[in-house]
Design a protein around this ligand. Structure first.
Ligand SMILES: [Fe+2]
Ligand SMILES: [Fe+2]
Length: 384
């Protein structure tokens, strides 16, 4: 059997849980919208081993000739964004060195390293452990970088396709914000950590799904509510756990911007889902958001890190179990859904029909948390 075919079969087998997740809602339209991205991400692996990938996008750009300024909340957010811009190359002190072999400055604590639960962790030298901390952090930040590139494109698409002028104006600031985020993560990874991982297959599938969906509100829902919610949780957690000062500064600046982005999604969608769509379309959004929650919850298992450090030591199945049970994943899941669930509720996608499914995942406990529109950036920074 050819290597290519063997690989395709292996990746299909690996993605079976994902396809099972994607069919849980029983909503055929939702499943159909995820099958194409899953095929391109898992079987064709379009994001791997290449310098660039083209994704076809099909949506309508909406010109607004009335120039109506009828959304004061959005206008306030636009004003806030204009006065909160920062310059990535001058506002952060890039002259600081990041010596990740220095034992007094750990990039990540051992409690965050899933392999630290294995007996062999104690037998590694301090240098080997530092190398793995460096590897896992580089893997995580690389995924952030790829996600930021997706956010940059999604923000551009949203700016074109959202009908309201206030929302378009705000969108223009997010495009600049996301460009800056690509800049800082790329600089940190290439200049300070000197390591960059390829995009994780699961992240590729989610980004592909958001890019190729033609409906503007799905882009908002996928990027502004789900991915940005995940990012806010992850950035906040890493900022708390790392003892590397430059990384703390990078994440503080990025979190301040991201808080506005989630707020933007909540503002735009709560209005649209209240006034602009019928019940059948609302249910489809509700199911789609649930599927994405499942994909995001269980599917970021650092396989690229495993391939490099653990493939010769344990099976991938064993690795997945180690990851899923780790403090790291538990922490991510909590912080991420603490951000996402209240926002879903706020925009009207947590109806009595879908609640039992979130409850079965243990996620409803977050529903009474505050949504993005009720949280300031400072509160977010203090409450990772
Ligand atoms: Fe961003
Ligand atoms: Fe963002």
């Amino acid at each position: 059997m050819s290597m290519r075919l063997q690989h395709a079969i292996q990746t299909l087998r690996d993605s079976a849980p994902l396809l099972r997740d994607a069919s849980m809602s029983g909503n055929v339209r939702v499943l159909a919208s995820l099958l194409g991205p899953a095929f391109r991400g898992f079987v064709q692996r379009r994001g791997k081993g290449v310098g660039s990938t083209d994704i076809s996008v099909g949506y309508e750009a909406s010109f607004n000739w009335s120039y109506g300024r009828d959304d004061p909340d959005m206008a306030r957010l636009y004003h806030l964004a204009k006065t909160s811009q920062w310059n990535a190359s001058t506002d952060l002190d890039w002259s600081r060195e990041v010596d990740w072999l220095d034992p007094t400055m750990q990039l990540l604590p051992d409690s965050w390293m899933p392999p630290s639960r294995l007996p062999l962790w104690g037998r590694l030298s301090e240098r080997e452990r530092a190398t793995q901390r460096h590897g896992l952090l580089s893997w995580m930040l690389s995924q952030f970088l790829h996600g930021e590139q997706g956010a940059l494109f999604a923000a551009s698409q949203i700016t074109e396709s959202v009908p309201s002028l206030d929302a378009k104006l705000y969108g223009s600031t997010q495009v600049a914000d996301e460009g800056r985020h690509v800049e800082v993560f790329h600089a940190y990874l290439t200049q300070k950590l000197e390591k960059l991982y390829e995009i994780n297959d699961n992240l590729y599938v989610v980004i592909d799904a958001i890019m190729s969906d033609s409906r503007w509100d799905m882009k908002f829902l996928g990027m502004q509510i789900m991915i940005e919610g995940l990012a806010l949780g992850a950035f906040g957690s890493i900022r708390q756990m790392t003892s590397e000062p430059l990384l703390k500064d990078v994440l503080r600046s990025v979190i301040t911007d991201e808080a506005r982005h989630v707020h933007y999604g909540v503002l735009a969608l709560s209005r649209f889902y209240r006034e602009g769509i019928d019940e059948r379309a609302r249910r489809e959004r509700e199911d789609w958001a649930f599927e994405l929650s499942l994909l995001l919850r269980n599917r970021f298992l650092a396989h690229e890190f495993y391939d490099e450090f653990y493939a010769h030591r344990m099976t991938r199945c064993g690795w997945d179990e180690l990851m899923l049970a780790s403090d790291l994943m538990g922490f991510f899941r909590r912080t991420m859904f603490k951000r996402i669930v209240p926002n879903l509720k706020r925009i009207g996608l947590l109806s009595g029909r879908i609640r039992p499914r979130y409850a079965a995942l243990g996620l409803l406990e977050y529903e009474h948390g505050r949504s993005a529109s009720e949280l300031t950036a400072t509160e977010l920074l203090d409450d990772a």
